[in-house]
Design a protein around this ligand. Structure first.
Ligand SMILES: *Cc1c(COP(=O)(O)O)cnc(C)c1O
Length: 387
């Protein structure tokens, strides 16, 4: 029996043809395809501006930089995320304030955000993550930001498309950042997008994503100024997207809603199939919101089982099914633990989730037969090891 990997992208002839067209055109780096992808993306989300970058990590870095975060500042974020969310705070010499998650949705706990805001006047930004593709409580987060006069930047790496109370993620916060890494909801291989309605942020991010040059390369070669003319106004970064990547993005974006429907259909099949097992299926905060279903995170009720999560993953792999864990929380990684004196007891919800969670394959390229095989295998293992 063939192995079912944990994740696989779904790309078609359209992406291939567009990449070939770009290579034949001779314009490989940031150019017309990137401009097109940005225009399409801002229209899709319903935001004024979209700026393509070469990863979400780059986008998060540029976003915080544009918000003026620097040494001595603090940024509130969740421990239940990928390290990129927090590392960008350190790039700028600022410090994260880590808070716990809600026990059901695994999104950042807003009571904990409020507590952190009360105790830390140095906070400049709240940085929520829409875990698995389900929106964090943006209504409450935006109200807290207003009350305490801080900015909000969303890590929307999982959240395309995702809505909160009928509003598209990308239209609520000051800045929103998406990822197009190979296993994300849409992909350009590597890539990201920064979305905002604020023109000042756009100016700063456009400049800083390309060496702190005051005009980007594309404009340099199309403007009426001589093509060799440019000015460096800051020590910027090299974070621009290539037209090769954007060529994929243009066609992936067109499929974003179809890809979401397929992931949702698989998630619904899993939910139904697992309802009688010693597990907790993903918690839905608001059934009328769009959940991107980037991740399908199953919780094992380990007290009712004779195996632990790690053993479950081993048996799944033996039976030919790849899984993953989202996440090993940041307070369990040496760098964050040691530098910020973090303990498992300080984040009880995230810590307890860690020992129970496993992410199952949930991607549009899966066939119905593969979905059935995942279901049957999970059922077989859990029924065999039920106490
Ligand atoms: C994937 C991911 C990132 C980083 O995205 P890149 O495009 O690989 O830089 C950041 N945050 C979260 C929550 C992610 O899942």
């Amino acid at each position: 029996m063939s192995f079912i990997p944990y994740a696989l992208p779904l790309t078609g002839e359209e992406e291939i043809q567009e990449v070939v067209d770009t290579i034949r055109s001779g314009w490989l780096t940031t150019g017309p395809k990137t401009k097109q992808f940005e225009k399409d993306f801002s229209a899709f989300v319903g935001a004024k501006f979209a700026l393509a970058v070469n990863s979400a990590t780059a986008g998060l870095h540029l976003g915080l930089e544009a918000l003026g975060v620097g040494p001595g500042d603090k940024v509130i974020t969740t421990v239940h995320t990928f390290t990129a969310t927090a590392e960008v705070i350190r790039y700028l010499g600022a410090d994260p304030i880590f808070v716990d998650i809600e026990g059901d949705s695994f999104n950042i706990d807003c009571d904990a955000i409020e507590e952190a805001l009360k105790q830390n006047p140095e906070v400049k930004v709240i940085l929520p993550v829409h875990y698995a593709g389900q929106a964090a409580n943006m209504t409450r987060i935006m109200a807290l930001a207003k009350q305490y006069n801080v900015k909000v930047m969303e890590d929307a790496a999982h959240a395309l498309p995702t809505t909160h109370n009928g509003q598209m993620i990308g239209t609520i916060a000051d800045i929103t950042v998406y990822s197009f890494y190979a296993n994300k909801t849409i992909t350009t291989g590597e890539g990201g997008m920064v979305v905002t309605n604020n023109e000042d942020y756009v100016k700063r991010i456009s400049c800083m994503r390309l060496h702190g040059i005051s005009k980007d390369v594309f404009d340099r070669f199309t403007s009426t100024k001589p093509s060799w003319h440019y000015q460096v106004v800051a020590p910027g970064f090299k974070y621009n997207m290539t037209d090769i990547a954007a060529s994929m993005g243009i066609h992936q974006l067109k499929k974003a809603n179809v890809l979401q429907s397929r992931r949702q259909a698989i998630a619904e099949k899993y939910n139904n199939a697992f309802s009688d097992l010693p597990v907790t299926t993903p918690f839905i905060t608001n059934s009328s919101d769009v959940h991107s279903w980037h991740l399908y995170v199953l919780q094992l009720n380990i007290n009712e089982l004779s195996i632990d999560r790690d053993e479950f993953i081993r048996i799944m792999a033996d039976k030919g099914i790849g899984t993953s864990v989202h996440y090993i929380p940041l307070h369990m990684h040496p760098y964050w633990q040691d530098n910020y004196n973090l303990t498992e007891g300080g984040f009880p919800k995230s810590s307890s989730a860690f020992y129970r969670i496993v992410s199952l394959p949930n991607y549009p390229k899966m066939t119905d037969e593969q979905v059935e095989r995942v279901i049957n295998t999970v059922r077989e293992i859990l029924l065999e090891h039920k106490k």
